[in-house]
Design a binder for this molecule. Structure first.
Ligand code: IYR
Length: 225
């Protein structure tokens, strides 16, 4: 009998030995440990096909009911980048002056951030990730998506890993509020800006804050017995 909801067979293609699993997992850990958020970009560009491939890699992420509730806008137009920088800096200027708490600004001191966001014009590509809160059905009825924040967060994680694997760098930038992105990019009402991710090569004189990741004992708890 034909099944209405068809399943297809799945095979693990790798079949690593235990030794290989350990070695590979160490390699993955070492590689991901090297990822850093960058605020200093080179204006050097790279083929558009590359950014399309990393976005499509992001779009393989798991999502609630496989709704894939994301849209990735890729901006390389200097004019649009400038508009986005001006609008982001306007919001950030207010945020740093009056919206962010003293405690928050204290926590940000190691990162030496301020309202100025030159990287929004310098990086060759800006990926603006939108979450799709609902979909429009034929006839205009709204169909809610599920676990939208979790799903889009996972897709962004995949995206950052893919970018890092290529030796490119990115910043998960969150100008706040972000609704100027909806307007500038003319996105529909079911989409909300989620993250603004400049992507490119690091500037020759790029620096990153000297900060540490938590240790195993602080992030990992075993329950074996
Ligand atoms: N959105 C501001 C502030 C900011 C907030 C956090 I949390 C950061 O980790 C970094 C910055 C800005 O981009 O400067």
């Amino acid at each position: 009998m034909e099944c209405e909801h068809k399943h297809i067979s799945y095979k693990n293609e790798l079949n690593l030995s235990e030794e290989e699993l350990i070695a590979e997992s160490e390699t993955i850990l070492l590689a991901l440990k090297k990822r850093r958020s960058l605020r200093f970009f080179s204006d050097k560009t790279f083929p558009a096909e590359v950014i399309e491939n990393v976005v499509m890699a992001a779009s393989t992420a798991p999502s609630g009911a496989n709704k894939q509730p994301w849209t990735f806008c890729i901006v390389s137009s200097p004019e649009l980048k400038k508009q986005i920088r001006i609008a982001a800096e306007e919001e950030e200027r207010i945020s740093y002056a009056s919206r962010m708490s003293e405690e928050w600004k204290e926590d940000l001191k190691p990162f030496a951030t301020n309202w100025q966001k030159p990287f929004l014009e310098i990086a060759p590509y800006l990926i603006i990730v939108f979450k799709r809160v609902y979909e429009f059905e034929i006839g205009g009825k709204k169909h809610q998506n599920y676990y939208v924040n979790e799903s889009v967060g996972l897709a962004c994680g995949f995206l950052l890993s893919a970018i890092h694997k290529l030796g490119l760098v990115a910043l998960t930038h969150t100008p706040s509020p972000m609704d100027f992105l909806t307007k500038i990019l003319e996105r529909p009402s079911n989409e909300r800006p989620y993250l603004l991710i400049p992507v490119g090569y690091p500037a020759d004189d790029a620096t990153v804050p000297d900060i540490q990741r938590k240790s195993k004992k602080d992030v990992l708890i075993w329950y074996q017995h």
